[in-house]
Design a protein around this ligand. Structure first.
Ligand SMILES: Cc1cc2nc3c(=O)[nH]c(=O)nc-3n(C[C@H](O)[C@H](O)[C@H](O)COP(=O)(O)OP(=O)(O)OC[C@H]3O[C@@H](n4cnc5c(N)ncnc54)[C@H](O)[C@@H]3O)c2cc1C
Length: 491
């Protein structure tokens, strides 16, 4: 047992990911003494392993590419995609602040934005990637936070938010990962920025009881385990839209660490087809996103499928995991090691043999592939059964054949702690809990449910960083520093 260390700060932030570091920078800029408490050995959270893409409207990169985008167009796309449960006020607030208060702000903190990518649901390209993806984005923001005099303690797990009367007064927790002792931080305001809960499959199934009997893979940051949700709930904070979880379909269990329940996201298998346990295709596989491929997979019984590919299709396979990648480069030997060794990946010299290994009906499966191959033989541009464009595909003709078993992977939480527009945590009467703020994925990315049921992509990291700034600005103001977050809309 080590001793209890006692710290003080004007603003204490729980979690050093995208939202927490942005909150820290904002509160430091307002002149507050800030302490970020991070559970992991290093800050960054899910944000540092992310694709580093943010939805940004009216950026210089769009302008350079000749893309005409406006907040109105982005808002229309957002509401169409996310549906009626998207928070219109927060969505509008975020969209209109992406140019000055995300793009240019991040640049002032050392971030370089490098390119745009098309994402389902967007009528123009606006997913804007930072140099060196999430790693580049977060390394620069963390460096900026430290350079501004922001303090950070790592390997520190917050387990309590302290309160006297109606006001929060700080936090308490334990040192972990080989460090020992307890700690307390007395603070004027507390920002909860502890991320989502998708690396806690029990919480996922609690939020979506229909999935109780299904295998669901964990797919967020290592400590995205819902600690902050529990702390806020314990103080009477209101949690909302907890069943709005963004799943990915193209994920297979991490066979090297099966006990963890984590999934590996695989990409770049052009032309693969998805086969359910009945041996049939069920979807246009070219639409593989969270609002298209995932609902299709979740509708299968049982809730899994096989991504079937021939050898040629797997030559570009990438696995989004540091073990299989070095920066942007795919480590090909390790990908081959996965293909050879995972019990969730079957390989066979013939399609008939592959059907047996998948445990699906041979005749049904062979007829499915035959129909698909026939579309190529006929020279069709689109296969007729599910409308998949065939431009980037080829027939199944190069043995060996592979079937990668894929399960729904819980990636992002679109619901969480309800806050007002200052990121103050609201109770069940929708009144603020004095001194308590929440931002980022713990708050459904911003405000509680900014995306609704579906996200245009870039609408997780972006709103997390932005709401972190909003929370940091107002938490500093309540602690006696600055005038609160105002920003500059790009109307
Ligand atoms: C692989 C991957 C790729 C992604 N790519 C994109 C993308 O390109 N674009 C996009 O918009 N979104 C993306 N996302 C989602 C996005 O990264 C997250 O939504 C975003 O990082 C959330 O920010 P946050 O600060 O709320 O949480 P995080 O960045 O996860 O930070 C939370 C931090 O809190 C810490 N913490 C948790 N509990 C405690 C505790 N009890 N005490 C102290 N600290 C604690 C965690 O360790 C963590 O460091 C991706 C997610 C993943 C997993």
């Amino acid at each position: 047992m080590g001793e209890t260390k006692s710290f003080t700060a004007d603003v204490v932030v729980i979690g050093g990911g995208g939202a927490g570091i942005a909150a820290g920078i904002e509160a430091r800029d307002a002149g507050a003494d800030v302490l970020v408490i991070e559970k992991d050995a290093a800050p960054g959270g899910a944000a540092i392993i992310s694709g580093g893409g943010c939805l940004i409207v009216g950026s210089p990169l769009q302008e350079k590419a000749g893309i005409k985008d406006t907040p109105d167009l982005a808002f229309d796309d957002w509401m169409k995609w996310g549906g009626p449960s998207a928070d219109e006020v927060w969505a509008r607030y975020y969209i209109e602040h992406t140019l000055h208060d995300l793009f240019h702000w991040a640049e002032r903190n050392g971030v370089k934005w490098v390119d745009l990518k098309s994402q389902e649901g967007n009528s123009v390209l606006r997913w804007t990637r930072a140099d060196d993806s999430g790693h580049g984005l977060m390394s620069r923001l963390i460096a900026s936070y430290k350079a501004k005099g922001g303090r950070l303690i790592t390997n520190a797990s917050v387990s309590e938010i302290t309160r006297e009367g109606d006001r929060v007064t700080g936090i308490a927790g334990k040192m972990i990962n080989g460090e020992s002792g307890d700690f307390t931080v007395a603070a004027k305001t507390v920002v909860v920025a502890s991320g989502g809960f998708n690396s806690n499959v029990d919480m996922v199934k609690e939020a979506l009881p229909a999935l109780k009997e299904s295998r669901v893979l964990e797919g967020s940051g290592f400590y995205a385990r819902g600690d902050g949700h529990k702390l806020v709930r314990g103080l009477g904070g209101y949690l909302t839209h907890m069943d709005h979880i963004w799943f990915y379909a193209y994920a297979t269990p991490d066979y090297r660490d099966q006990a963890s329940g984590r999934g590996l996201v695989f990409r770049l298998v052009p032309g693969n087809i998805w086969i359910n346990q009945q041996g049939r295709r069920f979807h246009n596989e070219s639409l593989s996103g969270g609002n298209s491929g995932s609902p299709a997979l979740l509708a299968q019984n049982p809730r899994y499928a096989f991504a079937v590919a021939d050898r040629a299709m797997l030559n570009t396979l990438s696995i989004s995991d540091p073990y299989y990648q070095s920066g942007e480069k795919i480590i090909r030997e390790r990908v081959e090691e996965l293909l050879e060794n995972s019990p969730f990946i079957h390989k066979a010299d013939t399609l008939a043999e592959l059907a047996d290994k998948m445990g699906v009906d041979r005749d049904t499966f062979l007829a499915t592939v035959e129909r698909y191959n026939a579309a190529f033989a006929k020279g069709l541009k689109v296969e007729p059964e599910f409308g998949k464009p065939l431009g980037a595909s080829k027939p199944f003709d190069t043995a060996p054949y592979y079937a990668i078993q894929m399960f729904p992977l819980a990636r992002k939480n679109f619901g969480g702690v309800k806050t007002d527009m200052r990121c103050r945590v609201l109770d069940k009467h929708f009144e603020p809990i004095a001194g308590l703020y929440a931002a980022g994925e713990v708050a459904g990315m911003a405000g509680g449910h900014i995306n609704g049921k579906a996200g245009l992509e870039g609408t997780m990291l972006g709103p997390s960083i932005f709401s972190g700034r909003v929370a940091g600005g107002w938490a500093a103001q309540e602690a006696g520093f600055g005038a609160g977050f105002a920003g500059k809309p790009n109307r």
